[in-house]
Every structure is written in structure tokens, then in C-alpha cells.
Design a protein around this ligand. Structure first.
Ligand code: KG4
Ligand code: ZN
Length: 338
């Protein structure tokens, strides 16, 4: 089975071809970073227009690189939400056009499920597993019990962790996108210089709150004259606080996961923030302590990409799940009701 995947829900235009032997046959990602950089964040309309300009070419290049013709494809998988609605509409309409003209199944994929199933593409992880999904718009802990079957243990009450990274970078003038920049600066900094808030630590829940952390960074950055030493120390202290909270929450989640699945042993991380090496280190250590194995897909498959959408399409199509050409784009689309 060979599936084409299309991802346009944020600021990456991505297309990939993947087969059911877990091979990525071709994979194209066009980052729009330079278009959004002057604004310090993603501008939805700029993103949608860029998807429109580039998608057709990327599809052609991907199919060529995979050494396929369009008729070799068994289906078209596309992100149908959640995300910036203009971009989602561009991708979904394009995929519907392809599916219709080629008479192939359309698979409307939840972007979050794309992230959630990536570890099954890269590491063939069996269900059930504990899933920490952390991206620019989401931060949640779930139990993945099957395709389309997720139990939510907790999530953020305000900002997503990626958002906190991006805002910290913006406050410190570190550029866009923020997450990788904060990680780089943190490597040179002193994590003990500032004590940033670690809300709800020790309360036993699997919920997060990152808005206080962001506010503390803003006050700290305003209080002192920013120089490179200070930037690095704030980044390191911020990341230290984020890691502490993450470790505590995941520890609680492991307990809940084990209560439901005593034999379960895999902790999977997904989403753009899962590319962060420092946080991976913390979770790796926690895994060792609790007898869980950390499964972390390579960084380029943690951030938004189309291979994960194609793979989710394969998983769904294998179960006989496909979608009608009437499928609507969705700006909001929870993976599991809390
Ligand atoms: O999954 P993703 O590519 O897009 C969304 O679906 O949101 O995640 C993007 C987020 C951004 O907030 C970005 O700053 C963050 O992931 N991110 C990172 C790193 N790489 C990307 N955050 C921390 N450390 C990183 N290395
Ligand atoms: Zn994402």
C-alpha cells in the first residue's frame, strides 16, 4: 500500500509518499520561516497563500522522487484539522481534487493523530503506549490504545509548551522559530541563576500550566539589561523549569498508565517540542527510573511533516477507514475528549 500525505495546517507545506512496509519513499518540506520571520510569528493568511503557491509543485516532485505515477497510489491522506483554517482548506481541497480525479480513497487525518502515530512508523511501537504530545498548539498526556482510540490523562490549562518556548524566544529577541533557538542558547547558560515557577508541581495531576512561566520570563527580561549572558541564563533557567514540570507530570501519567495497563512499557513523545534534546534527556532518565522505554522519533519527524500524515492514512486505510469528499476542514479537533 502506497499513500501520498499532505500537510498544510501551519507554516510548513509538506508532501510525502509512504508505504505499508514503513518506508518513506519521498518526503518534501517547504518551510515558510523566512516569510513569517518579519512578523515574529506565523501569519495565517501568509501561510495559506504560500501553501497554495507551492503545493502542486511539491506533490509533483514527491511522486517523481518516489519513482511512482499517480495511479500507483492507493489513497490520498491529508490533514483535515486542527490548525490554521486557511491552510487546512488549501490542503484538503487539493487532496479532494486528487482523490476525485484519480478515483482513490481520501483519508482525512487529524494532525494530532499524525504526531501520535509517528512512533509506529519509525519504531513499530505496539498499542497501548503512553503518549506525551507537545507542540506549538498542544501539550497533553494520553494513552494511545489504538488507531482513533485515545484516553486523555491531562493537558495544558493555558499555553502549550511550544508556545512558551516561542514567546520566550521572542521576548529575548532570539528570532523565529523560537524552540530550537531557546534550546541552543540554554546550552550555554546557567540553569540555576533564576528560579522560575513550576506550577502544580506535586499535585498528582497530569495537567500543565505554562503561562506563569512565560510571565516570569517577561518580568525577568524587563528587569535587567539584556546581554548574551543573561539571555543564555534565562533560556537555561526556563528550560530547567519546563523540564522539572514535564518530569513530574509524566511520572504521574506513568502511574495512571500502569494502573490501566500493568504490562505497558513504552513512553512515546511526539510533536515539535519532542525534538528538544534536553527534554528528551529528562524523559529518558525518568524512563530508566520507572522501567519505561522512551521512544522518541528523529527530530525531523517530530516537527510538522507529511510522512506522519501519510502513515496515519495507511493505518486508517488498513482498518477500512476512509472519508467522503464532503469532509469539512476543522480548526479545532480534539484527539480525545477530556
Ligand atoms: O509540531 P510542530 O512542528 O507544529 C505544531 O503542530 O504546533 O511544533 C512546533 C513547535 C513550535 O512551538 C517550536 O518552537 C517547537 O515546536 N519546537 C521546539 C524545538 N523544535 C521545535 N521546542 C523546543 N525545542 C526544540 N528543539
Ligand atoms: Zn504539529
Amino acid at each position: 500500500m502506497k499513500i501520498l500525505g499532505i500537510e498544510t495546517s501551519c507554516d510548513e507545506t509538506a508532501v510525502a509518499a509512504v508505504d505499508d512496509a514503513r518506508q518513506i519513499l519521498a518526503h518534501r518540506i517547504l518551510s515558510q520561516d523566512s516569510a513569517h520571520r518579519p512578523f515574529g510569528g506565523v501569519v495565517p493568511e501568509v501561510a495559506a497563500r504560500a501553501h497554495l503557491q507551492n503545493l502542486e509543485r511539491l506533490v509533483r516532485e514527491t511522486v517523481e522522487e518516489a519513482d511512482l505515477t499517480l495511479s500507483d497510489l492507493d489513497g490520498i491522506a491529508v490533514t483535515a484539522g486542527p490548525g490554521l483554517i486557511g491552510g487546512v482548506i488549501v490542503g484538503l481541497m487539493f487532496a479532494k481534487g486528487m482523490a476525485s480525479v484519480l478515483s482513490k480513497p481520501l483519508i482525512a487525518v487529524n494532525h494530532l493523530e499524525g504526531h501520535a502515530l509517528t512512533a509506529r512508523l519509525t519504531d513499530d511501537v505496539p498499542f497501548p503506549y503512553l503518549l506525551l504530545l507537545m507542540s506549538g498548539g498542544h501539550c497533553q498526556l494520553l494513552i494511545a490504545e489504538g488507531v482513533g482510540n485515545y484516553i486523555r490523562l491531562g493537558g495544558t490549562r493555558d499555553d502549550a509548551l511550544g508556545e512558551a518556548y516561542d514567546k520566550t524566544a521572542k521576548l529575548l529577541g532570539l528570532g523565529f522559530p523560537g524552540g530550537p533557538a531557546v534550546e541552543r542558547w540554554a546550552e550555554k547558560g546557567d540553569p540555576t541563576r533564576f528560579t522560575f515557577p513550576t506550577p502544580m508541581l506535586g499535585d498528582g495531576s497530569c495537567d500543565f500550566s505554562f503561562s506563569g512561566l512565560k510571565t516570569a520570563v517577561r518580568y525577568q527580561a524587563a528587569e535587567l539589561t539584556l546581554d548574551d549572558r543573561l539571555r543564555a541564563d534565562i533560556c537555561a533557567s526556563f528550560q530547567h523549569a519546563a523540564g522539572k514540570v514535564l518530569g513530574d507530570r509524566v511520572n504521574n501519567a506513568i502511574r495512571q498508565f500502569r494502573a490501566r495497563h500493568p504490562q505497558g512499557k513504552n513512553l512515546v513523545i511526539a510533536g515539535g517540542v519532542a525534538a528538544n534534546r534536553y527534554l528528551r534527556g529528562i524523559l529518558e532518565a525518568l524512563g530508566k527510573k520507572t522501567g519505561m522505554t522512551l521512544i522518541a522519533p528523529p527530530g525531523k519527524l517530530c516537527t510538522d511533516n507529511a510522512a506522519m500524515i501519510a502513515w496515519a492514512g495507511i493505518e486508517r486505510l488498513k482498518l477500512g477507514l476512509s472519508d467522503s469528499l464532503e469532509t469539512e476542514p476543522r480548526a479545532r479537533w480534539p484527539l480525545a475528549e477530556g
